[in-house]
Design a binder for this molecule. Structure first.
Ligand code: 0X9
Ligand code: CA
Ligand code: ZN
Length: 451
């Protein structure tokens, strides 16, 4: 594991920053960061941009910065990277920070106004649009009907199907096996996470019967994959021909022209409790008008609750995939405390031990999510706090904006999805008794389940 610097996680970039505070991020310079002056292009003013913010060094300072409504995309020892609208950037400057605008995502040829773009731009066509994703899933279900089944668990605001795929031997039967959940794409611009879900679907079907670990897993577990929580946002992000840097869903807000709720601030556990989300519909981290107000959150919450059988939640472990920063995060996000109501020492130790083991296999940095900044209404807090599922958030590739930020080229997809294979298998394998991670299986799991 990498060494830690107090007040922030350590990355190569952070080390560079600390050596040379005055030097801007080299990659940003090389790509020609745009100047700070406002531009007159109307389209430009509508899109948020990324900024390097020098100054905040503690989780508390980052939480205060997040209260401007910007999203925090990277955390380093002496700087962060945010996505912010013009107003949010101004608010951050009001806090006394120096902001430097980073290059915008690569732009394809702008489409004619109103024209609907059907695919990702050149260099990104390996990513799956919603239609391509649907087709790929249907092909796999047709090819592997004995071990893969598809359910439509509900629809998004705009009416797109939200799917849950089940992988198991005897897939049509609800067997008494530990269940595991993988979710992806709460945030529209985090397209690599859909590829992660598709990778798992391909890997766990095509290797069944030939790969020992995969075979044992499907023989003894029921694995659920919800590959796309935010299909509307994902399609909106690509539909102009330029990446829009969109984060939220596409649900309108009453009394506002601003669209969308941040799904990862909308879950019904400690919703809006702790300055870890925004009440302003224009903000990146808008929590919505009430807990679970987003249809996508309702659909997945209902699905998770449906896995309570005879009073016992069958799902034991979970990962929600995001990008980016290469992190393994665990609850709680709403508090800086490691233990307290809803989190015993043994529970915390189980989270931390498992989280560090997974991080050792993929090279990510492990930490409690609130070490970054406070978040309330995030999915992992709900999965643990409300459903007692050992739930993690993975922030995938890259580690920084200089390597593509939210929009790395499609050439990285195979490597950066396979990179999480071992971590995913680990978490699925230990689902029968997560407390085995701390050697307390006899205390917590005696006579329960099967391995
Ligand atoms: O802010 C978020 O929702 C996540 N970062 S992202 O850049 N993908 O938006 C981090 C969430 C951390 N908090 C919890 N996992 N609770
Ligand atoms: Ca079951
Ligand atoms: Zn995210």
């Amino acid at each position: 594991m990498r060494p830690r610097i107090p007040g922030g996680r350590t990355t190569v970039l952070a080390a560079l920053l600390s050596l040379s505070l005055a030097a801007p991020i080299a990659a940003a310079q090389a790509q020609g960061a745009p100047p700070h002056r406002p531009t007159s292009a109307a389209a430009d003013t509508e899109l948020p941009h990324q900024y390097e913010v020098t100054g905040p060094t503690t989780a508390a300072a980052r939480t205060a910065l997040a209260a401007t409504g910007a999203s925090i995309d990277e955390v380093h020892a002496r700087a962060v990277v945010v996505t912010a609208s013009r107003a949010q950037a101004a608010a951050a400057r009001q806090l006394g920070y120096v902001l430097r605008r980073l290059p915008d995502p690569p732009a394809a040829k702008p489409a004619a106004p109103g024209a609907k773009v059907k695919d990702f731009p050149p260099g990104y066509t390996g990513y799956h649009t919603y239609a391509e994703e649907t087709k790929e899933i249907d092909t796999l279900v047709a090819k592997y009907p004995a071990i893969l089944s598809k359910q439509v668990i509900g629809t998004s605001h705009e009416g797109r199907d939200i799917l849950a795929l089940k992988l198991s031997k005897n897939v049509t039967k609800d067997e008494n096996e530990p269940e595991v959940l993988f979710t992806a794409h709460q945030h529209a611009r985090e397209h690599l996470t859909v590829e992660m879900a598709l990778y798992l679907l391909n890997e766990l079907t095509s290797k069944y019967g030939s790969d020992d670990r995969v075979t044992k897993l499907l023989d003894s577990r029921e694995i659920w994959i919800v590959p796309d929580l935010n299909p509307d946002g994902g399609e909106y992000d690509i539909s102009s021909g330029n990446f829009r840097m969109w984060r939220k869903n596409r649900q309108p807000n009453a009394g506002s022209n601003e669209v969308g709720t941040d799904l990862n601030r909308n879950w019904d556990f400690k919703w809006g409790c702790c300055n870890g989300s925004s009440d302003d519909p224009g903000d990146e981290t808008y929590r919505g008008p009430s807990a679970a107000s987003a249809p996508e959150v309702q659909v997945v919450s209902k699905f998770v609750r449906s896995r309570i059988v005879n009073g016992t939640q069958q799902i034991k472990t979970a990962i929600d995939f995001h990008t980016y920063s290469e992190l393994v995060l665990w609850p709680f996000g709403f508090t800086n405390d490691e233990t307290g109501p809803g989190m015993t020492q043994d529970e915390h130790d189980t989270f931390a031990t498992l989280g560090k083991k997974m991080a050792a296999s993929n090279g990510y940095t492990p930490e409690q999510s609130s070490e970054l900044y406070i978040t309330d209404g995030a999915i992992d807090d709900w999965l643990w706090g409300d459903q007692r599922i050992f739930a993690y958030t993975f922030e995938m590739y890259p580690s920084s904006s200089g390597s593509g930020g939210f929009y790395p080229k499609d050439s990285v997809i195979p490597k950066e999805t396979a990179r999480n294979r071992d971590a995913v298998l680990q978490l699925a394998e230990i689902a029968d008794c997560p407390y085995r991670a701390i050697g307390k299986q006899d205390q917590y799991c005696k006579g329960k389940g099967k391995g």
